[in-house]
Design a protein around this ligand. Structure first.
Ligand code: AMP
Length: 418
């Protein structure tokens, strides 16, 4: 991600931080690699752990893994530090999965996400799902489909799983090659298989939403009613199964309708009431989501939502009187909260003006020998306006009022000088 392309990336992270930060979620930073057991406990039967994890023995003989996702690390931190619940955290960072790289799929990729621990209240599911939805809306991405499903819990899933397995075993020979061999291991995954053979065979398969116990049914009912009450459009997708084993009850996905079908998941999440206990902690319900940064950037591009470009500079100092003015003025203005840059190496006025233009700054603050002599600065409007001489002592105040007086010219991302 080069500086010339990173504006939307920064914008997106800032939007995420404010969307979830304003809802009481606080940043957590977990290690990039941890003991491999942190991740193997999330589910040995998942592709992410079984086939895609980068794990290795370090120089001290420890078996460690680069994190393939963040939820397990957050759960590990929760167990280790026992914070007061409800505990709401957000994160942003890179993950590693040994996959076949293609558009929107990388071996190192980034996610932003939230996790909330300590309450089984379905209204928290609604909050979590809605925050992700609002995040995409704030970015101006249209064409996001919200799919929701319930995976049941330890009460109703085992019986359903058996029912589904019986159904699939009767059709085993007609499943895709991979699932023919692995159907017993995780029959639910077959529902989610994108291959034609499996899709045909699972079209009439029994569904978890039709086989929920009373508590799970009531929970799901409250979640969908909440989304309806908040006017968050969703579709129940009964074949939606998440890649990781630890999900219970609510599961959901944000699908980008402008992206290629195989790579269209912008993010997803769900409830994982069993994970903390499975990792050795106290029984603790939890819910969260992870959103792919690179995928979201693709969706921003595809939906034509114009993300803000890099923060525009207020001023660029052009000093051909020795450089002392550039040194002093940039510091003074930066300390006062202005966005300012300058040229170095005592370059010619022509070269410095060119750099000022390229920087996108609103004004050039010009100090040549005459201005230096008179303790003045020439403030030149770089968008074609004129130029005026300002006393060095009045520069800060004058620049502030000149910026205030040109609201029409305020580029996106422009912050009023303080
Ligand atoms: P997961 O952790 O598998 O539920 O993935 C959550 C989100 O992360 C997905 O919806 C994608 O947006 C993103 N993601 C997952 N794997 C990759 C990858 N290999 N490259 C890029 N983005 C990914």
């Amino acid at each position: 991600m080069l500086p010339s392309e990173s504006g939307p990336w920064q914008e997106m992270l800032a939007t995420f931080a404010s969307t979830v930060g304003d809802a009481g979620y606080e940043l957590i930073v977990t290690p990039t690699f941890e003991d491999v057991s942190v991740f193997t406990r999330i589910g040995e039967s998942t592709d992410v752990v079984r086939k895609e994890m980068y794990d290795f023995v370090d120089k001290g003989g420890r078996h460690v893994a680069l994190r393939p996702e963040v939820t397990a690390s957050v759960a590990r931190a929760f167990i280790q530090h026992r914070p007061v619940t409800p505990w709401k955290a957000w994160y942003a960072g890179s993950n590693f999965r040994f996959e076949r790289p293609q558009a929107g799929r990388f071996r190192e990729f980034h996610q932003v996400g939230i996790e909330a621990f300590g309450t089984a209240d379905p209204d928290l599911d609604v909050e979590v799902v809605t925050l992700g939805w609002d995040f995409f809306a704030r970015l101006g991405i249209d064409g996001v489909d919200l799919l929701v499903n319930s995976l049941g819990d330890a009460t109703c899933r085992p019986a359903y799983r058996q029912k589904l397995l019986d159904y699939l075993l009767a059709r085993r020979g007609d499943l895709c090659e991979e699932h023919r061999g692995r159907v017993e291991e995780n029959p639910l995954r077959v529902l989610d298989c994108k291959r034609e053979a499996c899709r045909v065979q699972t079209a009439g398969a029994p569904l978890q939403v039709d086989n929920l116990c009373d508590e799970c049914a009531a929970h799901f009912e409250r979640v969908t009613a909440g989304l309806t009450a908040l006017s968050v459009p969703y579709r129940v997708e009964a074949h939606l199964v998440r890649g990781l084993d630890y999900y219970t009850r609510t599961t959901f996905e944000y699908a980008g309708t402008t992206l290629e079908a195989s790579q269209n998941a912008l993010g997803g999440g769900g409830r994982y009431d069993g994970l903390v206990q499975a990792m050795g902690g106290p029984p603790t319900p939890a819910v969260g989501f992870a959103i792919g940064v690179e995928r979201t950037l693709l969706a921003i591009g595809a939906s034509g939502a114009a993300p803000r470009s890099r923060a525009r500079l207020h001023a660029f100092v052009v000093d051909f009187a020795g450089g002392g003015a550039a040194r002093d003025i940039t510091r003074e203005l930066r300390q006062a909260g202005f966005k300012v840059d300058r040229a170095f190496d005592g370059r010619s006025p022509r070269a410095q003006f060119k750099a000022a233009d390229r920087s996108g700054a609103r004004f050039a603050l010009v100090v040549g020998p005459d201005e230096a002599e008179a303790s003045q600065v020439a403030v030149k409007d770089l968008s074609g306006g004129g130029q005026r001489l300002v006393g060095r002592a009045e520069l800060l105040e004058t620049l502030r009022s000149m910026l205030d007086a040109s609201p029409g010219a305020s580029p996106p991302g422009y912050n009023r000088a303080p």
